[in-house]
Design a protein around this ligand. Sequence first.
Ligand code: KG4
Ligand code: ZN
Length: 339
Amino acid sequence: MLILGIETSCDETAASVVEDGARVLSNVIASQVDLHRKTGGVVPEVAAREHVLKMLPVLEQALKEAGITGTPSEMIAAIDGIAVTQNPGLISALLAGTSTANTLALLGEKPLMGVNHVHGHVYANWLEREDPPKLPAVILTVSGGHNDLLLMRDHGDFEILGSTRDDAAGEAFDKVARILGLPYPGGPEISKLAKEGDPTSYDLPRALMNDSLDFSFSGLKSAVMRLAQEEGDKLRRSDLAASFQEAVCDVLSAKLIQAAEKHEVHEIHLAGGVSANSRLRELTEERLTKSLSDAVLRFPVKPIYCTDNAAMIAAAGYFMFQKDPSRFDKWQNVEAEAR
Ligand code: KG4
Ligand code: ZN
């Protein structure tokens, strides 16, 4: 079954064709990073306008790269269904994707699946795998916009075990990068700078290191800001980047392992933009071998599947359809929802 995925929840206009929820035939992403660098973050209306400009060229490229040719209507006829990010996200950005998907699905008479973006990130771990994940699994989805610990019992059956009480980890990376004078998005930049630094040199706080599976990163961000103000020119930027990264990865991996210990799961997954971070992967692996050596640890097979993409949305849509095809066989309209 071929699903066309569409993702426009934030600052990537993305389209992808995925076969049977795993085989990626195309994965096209038009990033708006350069545009948003000027403002140091995403301005929703600017993002939405850019999505509208890029949507059709990105769609055309995704269909062609998947080997689908012909007139536009022949191309749409060749796919079996459409999946689009419905929530959460920037409302005006989401609308660009959902209105395109609604129109294509209506004219092409295709089933249309509205996908939760966080669940989309979860399905990044199904992409390009010969051996699909075995459920139940504990999953940490950690990005710029969300930071959730999930128990996934079955497809479509998610329980939120913990969430961020303030900033998401990716957001903290982006804000700290700004304090250190690094460009947006901050995660990869901090990770690069941290390689030259000593992670033990600055003593930074780790919040909620108790029984709670919730997260909080605003205190850590404020501590970095205070240090930067106090030290001024004496600030050792790479040491601070390394110490900050260590603090975030310490908390994330500890809580992921803690959640896995509480629930009997076959697998432990990392997903979302921050799951590209090599220190996070390394620390989780180290802790896993110590406490849960039977569980399988997975992160997306390519960094491009960690950050926002439409292949993960197509995969999520495929599993939604498989679970209950009758839900998707009527005229429908996927409504964009900010939350
Ligand atoms: O999943 P994503 O593309 O967008 C959201 O759904 O939010 O994640 C983007 C976030 C940004 O905050 C970025 O700084 C962070 O993921 N990120 C990283 C790394 N690569 C991206 N954070 C830490 N280390 C990385 N290597
Ligand atoms: Zn995301």
